[in-house]
Design a protein around this ligand. Sequence first.
Ligand SMILES: NC(=O)c1ccc[n+]([C@@H]2O[C@H](COP(=O)([O-])OP(=O)(O)OC[C@H]3O[C@@H](n4cnc5c(N)ncnc54)[C@H](O)[C@@H]3O)[C@@H](O)[C@H]2O)c1
Length: 252
Amino acid sequence: MSRMDMEFSGKVILVTGAATGIGRATAEAFLREGATVGVNHVDQSTQFAGMAEALHDLPGQLIECEADVRDAGAVQSMVDGLVERKGRLDVLVNNAGISQVKPFLETTEDDWDSIINTDLKSVFLCCRAAIPHLLVQGGAIINIASELALSGRARFGPYTAAKGGVISLTRSLAREFAPSIRVNAVAPGPTRTHLLEMEARVPGHKEEMGDIPLGRYAEPEEIAESICFLASSRASYFCGDVISPNGGAVMR
Ligand SMILES: NC(=O)c1ccc[n+]([C@@H]2O[C@H](COP(=O)([O-])OP(=O)(O)OC[C@H]3O[C@@H](n4cnc5c(N)ncnc54)[C@H](O)[C@@H]3O)[C@@H](O)[C@H]2O)c1
């Protein structure tokens, strides 16, 4: 492996919701490039163990970071615990999330709170815990939004509101913490993960493949590429930006 391929050697990176899907592919990509990766999950010890087993030959080091990202105390302990163990934090990827497909007029207050807490408040909590550590030597935050925050979508009201909030928070934090911390977002299009499978099971819901010029869903690894790019020195002039790998569904 060349030096350039080991971009993240010596770096400590925390990825939330990293036992499955885009988070797992992202953790794997960072491990390939030599990082120490804190793999956050909640109640997914089996998936974590399988992942640790499957990826143990990669050059980086994988560290289990169990916490519910909606819980301020758990998030603080997770971040402080990782820094205590590894001595630093260089990159935070706020990826954990849930979605819901439901007509707006059937949406309950609990539905709203659940999505906002998991998809938006978690980003606030993780950033608040991580930023003091990132400021020590500088670093990067990558927040995972959604293409749907750019286009809007019927029956995704709370989800698009949360992801729109993630984009706005990204821009404000980018302004507040530049140049020490580069804060950017990735807004993926439909990607083949549990989340998309769950949406597909909702009666009456279907992804319109015809709306995607590339004619297919993304693989999680393709989204991980954008996340790793924004975390890397190759993205040194990106600040407060949103990059959206979406197969052409949304062109801005
Ligand atoms: N798959 C898509 O089509 C798509 C499109 C746009 C954006 N996204 C976003 O990508 C991110 C990753 O989703 P994915 O598609 O890989 O689905 P996924 O369901 O495989 O991954 C989401 C992960 O977040 C974790 N998570 C949920 N609530 C949590 C909590 N309270 N604490 C800690 N972890 C929690 C889940 O356990 C899961 O591992 C999400 O933010 C999602 O909104 C996905």
